[in-house]
Design a protein around this ligand. Sequence first.
Ligand SMILES: *Cc1c(COP(=O)(O)O)cnc(C)c1O
Length: 398
Amino acid sequence: MRQQLRQYVAELGTENLPAYVYDLQDLREHAAAVRAALPERVQLFYAAKANSDPRLLDVLRDHVDGFEVASGGELHHIRATCPDSPIAFGGPGKTPAELEQALRAGVDRLHIESEQELHQLTGMLGERTVDVLLRVNLPIALGPVALAMGGRPSPFGLDPGHLDRCLALLADDPRIRLRGIHVHLASGLDAATHLDLAGQVLTWAREWAERHGVELSEVNLGGGMGVDYTRPDLRFDWAACGAGLRRLLEAHPNLTLRIEPGRSVTVYCGWYVTEVLDIKRSHGHPFAVLRGGTHHLRTPATKQHDQPFTVLPDDTWDRRWERPRAENEPVTLVGQLCTPKDVLADGVQVARLRVGDRIAFALAGAYAWNISHHEFLMHPAPQFHHLDHAPVLVGPHP
Ligand SMILES: *Cc1c(COP(=O)(O)O)cnc(C)c1O
């Protein structure tokens, strides 16, 4: 936690809690470092579904080549916040209205998920043209653990066996320009695994294109770059990834690669900050009850992990009773919801935790607020603070 951020959080009044605090300077530096690690022939798109907070997007637009959206809502949002940025529109179950919206918006790429979608598109194009990638569900195995992206049933993308029928449709319709293929590898990959998969994908794509006389100019490798919630300092190795992709590109001189990470881009810049309302023991085990909970930060419940956190001690206790505390013991951090699932960290060792101390949960910048069940129990929404050169408070909703 940067010193400036720590101080800002410590100075927030109780009435400001819980709060999401976004470190925009941290995001700017991180995004610039990711971009700098990648070769020029790798385009960097940001998957907006990870976090589409307008101020984060405003920082990112200067460092990415565009945005990947997966709904008409996201498409509208990106157009409104970053009007000049290229957009790739992917995701299953695009409605006819969303396809029409994409055509009107002039999206840079449409990622085709099925034969049905291609038929739908053909019927509505009129005089217009569109650039597409076919999203493929490839059966690629990796090392001793078979990390199947395909070979396993999935609602995402096309089975390789169905590509021929798509190619036949495309051959009949010059308005739909096939640029290449799209593959969302998997999630939680480290750089070496990502590169291994990327190599297999490129080999497959080249052979497939040669076999079918397809002019392959692009491969989108998707997102899924790993974030380790148990070791927040251990970030995805972008330098190794960039170097590896550069080597791969040498064997494919006419190819442009694109990646579209989400989590690994914004996760580190977000903090969910709150305070300890109560500490009590149940059958000997200490529970710290926090203001807020998983209705604001659902990530640990969804991913079944302990959300990493920092304790910011508050020494202003002036009550006349003994301050409830836990010391040198594992504590379970829960929220205010009346459900046993409202656990943010389960039995995590703390040196000292007292009622009134602040907790700053790290890695809360992606798939956090925007995937949470905000209305459950009707507690107040958190505030949103954006710390940059000068902090800005907005809220309750970005
Ligand atoms: C969700 C998603 C991404 C981003 O994945 P991360 O794990 O956040 O990097 C990229 N591409 C597609 C198609 C997705 O569905």
